[in-house]
Design a protein around this ligand. Structure first.
Ligand code: ADP
Ligand code: ADP
Length: 224
């Protein structure tokens, strides 16, 4: 049963459409990889499904809610409550320690500091970066930073994690490690993952690959 569905999505930034009728669905707990050439519309599709970007045409459904029918404020609130995000460059707050970075989404939801830091510590352990808790993002490696970013994305127990090239800035060994930990911990937490990647070795950790080409999306089975 689908948790998140995008139907016939269109989006243009200029004369050439970035999305030209893309449809995709994600089931609860499923890890889906969006693959395809650079400029084919993968990030635009991810942003539309995440409710960050409003499509020109088409609809996005999350459970029984039509995301595309919500106000910006209601969409932002739903995003904070139900979704987690990981980007190519961790986008951690440089002034905060890694522990404080992971605890931040909980603090914004008014979880008391002690409880927030306890849960953040559990996620740092889970992502095998216990030792960076007291360090600031500038003092750790790229691979450690992405694992901290994954911990921050999962700490709120999201139903869907959106990951846009989460391993794009890492070498292949660290990239695979981050992806393995992301896929494993999302599965344990019961979160679905929608991932953009152009690396087959990263996509190999997904349950299903969807190929995006010229702004349209097709499951790999349909392509074959
Ligand atoms: P991919 O993720 O597959 O590389 P994108 O979704 O980033 O593809 O981009 C699809 C097309 O839309 C590209 O031609 C890109 O230049 C264009 N595009 C994406 N975002 C913007 C934007 N914010 N402003 C203008 N053009 C954009
Ligand atoms: P609100 O205005 O209610 O906060 P929006 O959906 O307008 O909600 O935007 C929420 C977040 O999404 C903001 O952090 C904003 O920077 C980001 N955002 C909005 N539009 C884009 C876009 N085209 N590309 C990338 N990020 C965007």
């Amino acid at each position: 049963e689908a948790l998140l569905i995008g139907v016939d999505l269109h989006k243009s930034f200029g004369p050439t459409p970035a999305l030209a009728g893309a449809s995709v669905s994600v089931r609860a707990g499923e890890v889906v990889a969006l693959m395809g050439p650079s400029g084919s519309g993968k990030s635009t599709l991810l942003h539309c499904l995440a409710g960050i970007l409003r499509p020109d045409q088409g609809r996005v459904h999350y459970r029984d809610v039509e995301l595309t029918g919500l106000s910006d404020t209601a969409r932002s609130a739903l995003r904070r409550r139900e979704f987690g995000f990981v980007f190519q460059f961790g986008q951690l707050v440089p002034e905060l320690t890694c522990l404080e970075n992971v605890a931040l989404p909980l603090r914004l939801e008014r979880v008391p500091r002690r409880e927030a830091e306890r849960r953040a510590t559990e996620w740092l352990d889970r992502l095998e970066v216990t030792d960076v808790a007291r360090k600031r993002p500038g003092e750790i490696s790229g691979g450690q930073g992405q694992r901290v970013a994954v911990a921050r994305a999962l700490v709120t127990n999201p139903k869907v994690v959106f990951a846009d090239e989460p391993t794009g800035a890492l070498d292949s060994l660290n990239g695979e490690r981050v992806m393995r930990l992301l896929a494993e911990s999302a599965r344990e937490a019961g979160a679905a993952v929608l991932l953009v990647t152009h690396e087959p070795r990263v996509a190999a950790y997904s349950d299903r690959e969807v190929v995006v080409r010229d702004g349209r999306a097709r499951s790999l089975e349909q392509v074959a």
